[in-house]
Design a protein around this ligand. Structure first.
Ligand SMILES: [Fe+2]
Length: 416
């Protein structure tokens, strides 16, 4: 009798354990399906860090601050991660204190890739169920002079509705320019850089794009406040070739084919960046020089503190300066030495000048239109989120600006 009791008790314990294990596994599977396991990546975004033709960088967050970060990359589309040809990379794992608690920050880079080739990757902790969905990307064609990219600025949202507008803007941009190879975002990603739910909304609305297409960030005044930009820089794995004295990740430059893009930080360390900018522009042999910065040298208004930079844009013949901050649309005539370059001068081929644009905002916040200035070729406030598609084809750069509904509102070409 006593033995039977013991057997029964053991049996019940065994049964309870089995049920508990089944329930635990099911819950784990459900959480994994919803991407909720603590080591599962979220806010996953790809960027250029090294050579765009042979490498790619990635950043993601995990709820588990102690989670490991692993990246797996394999040649081809829809390829399997089981084979021997999988490239496995360990991420650099750090943590950040957010308003929702401590989070894991994982930055990884894969190099040694073949140019103009499709790869599939996934990021995760290495544990079952803690991988991102697989996504594919294409490396840049080496030395291509056919380049298309998207420019957006000031998504600057607070609410989910604000970021839904941002999502619609970027999706419309890729509907309009499906071949775009990267995105330049000119700063002010969120209204408050410490607002982690805003960052989550920022990424979740463009997830299917920015996990494949590099999003190159510019630092805005809402991204760096009082010379603090950790919430911003922790989201992006960008080239570490920037100015000494600047917060890492806020000034840098990169090349894509025939295009050299210099990203400046208008929020701090302007003087030291001037030195760096000079070296950066002097050392590139790329045919097209584009600068991206948040506060405009020539936007709805001017920012005199940037005069030293403008001098260098003139000296090194920067073609185009992408700007943000004003939340209105503004496009300058080609400018040189603070004056409009006339059509006659341009057609004579002696001077080209530099064009300065602000492509309104890509979110839901608009400013009253500022007064027209002598340098404005086009200047308006349509209170609509906008984006620009910039296409370089050999000696011609074409810039086209659209609203979120897909109406083309401005275009111009620059010729070398
Ligand atoms: Fe802004």
């Amino acid at each position: 009798m006593k033995d039977l009791k013991i057997v029964l008790i053991i049996g019940i314990i065994f049964l309870v354990l089995i049920v508990a294990a089944v329930v635990f596994e099911r819950l784990k599977a459900e959480r994994a399906e919803a991407g909720l396991l603590p080591g599962t990546p979220y806010n996953l975004v790809t960027t250029f860090k090294g050579d765009a033709a042979t490498s790619r960088a990635f950043t993601w967050y995990t709820e588990d601050a102690a989670a490991a970060g692993r990246l797996e990359v394999v040649k081809g589309e829809n390829a399997s991660f089981d084979g021997t040809s999988v490239i496995r990379v360990q991420a650099e794992d750090t943590t950040i204190k957010t308003d929702a608690g401590k989070r894991g920050v994982h930055k990884a880079e894969v190099s040694g890739l073949e140019p103009d080739t499709v790869y599939t990757y996934r990021a995760g902790s290495g544990e079952d169920g803690e991988w991102s969905a697989a996504a594919s990307f294409t490396t840049a064609e080496a030395d291509t002079d056919e380049v298309t990219f998207i420019n957006v600025t000031d998504s600057q949202g607070i609410t989910a509705a604000d970021f839904a507008v941002w999502g619609r803007t970027l999706n419309k941009a890729f509907e309009t320019f499906p071949a775009a190879q990267f995105i330049v975002h000119n700063g002010d990603f969120t209204e408050e850089a410490e607002d982690s739910s805003a960052w989550n909304s920022f990424f979740s609305n463009v997830d299917s794009l920015v996990t494949r297409i590099p999003l190159m960030p510019v630092t805005g005044n809402h991204d760096e406040v009082d010379e603090q930009a950790a919430e911003f820089t922790s989201h992006f794995n960008v080239p570490d070739n920037g100015a000494k004295g600047s917060i890492a990740g806020t000034s840098y430059s990169f090349d894509y084919g025939a295009v050299h893009v210099t990203v400046l930080n208008t929020e701090s360390n302007l003087k030291k960046q001037t030195e760096w900018l000079k070296k950066d522009l002097a050392s590139t042999d790329k045919a097209w020089k584009i600068v991206a910065m948040h506060r405009p040298a020539y936007g709805g208004n001017t920012y005199k503190k940037l005069d030293d930079w403008v001098e260098l844009f003139d000296k090194y013949k920067v073609d185009l300066v992408l700007q943000g901050h004003n939340h209105e649309y503004s496009r300058s005539y080609p400018l040189l030495d603070g004056k409009v370059v006339t059509e006659k001068q341009r057609s004579a081929g002696a001077v080209r000048g530099t064009v300065y644009v602000v492509t309104n905002a890509s979110g839901n916040k608009f400013n009253e239109k500022k007064e027209d200035q002598f340098y404005h070729a086009v200047h308006f406030q349509n209170n609509m989120a906008m984006f620009a598609g910039i296409t370089i084809s050999g000696k011609v750069l074409s810039y086209q600006a659209y609203d979120v509904d897909g109406n083309k509102l401005d275009e111009f070409t620059l010729t070398h």
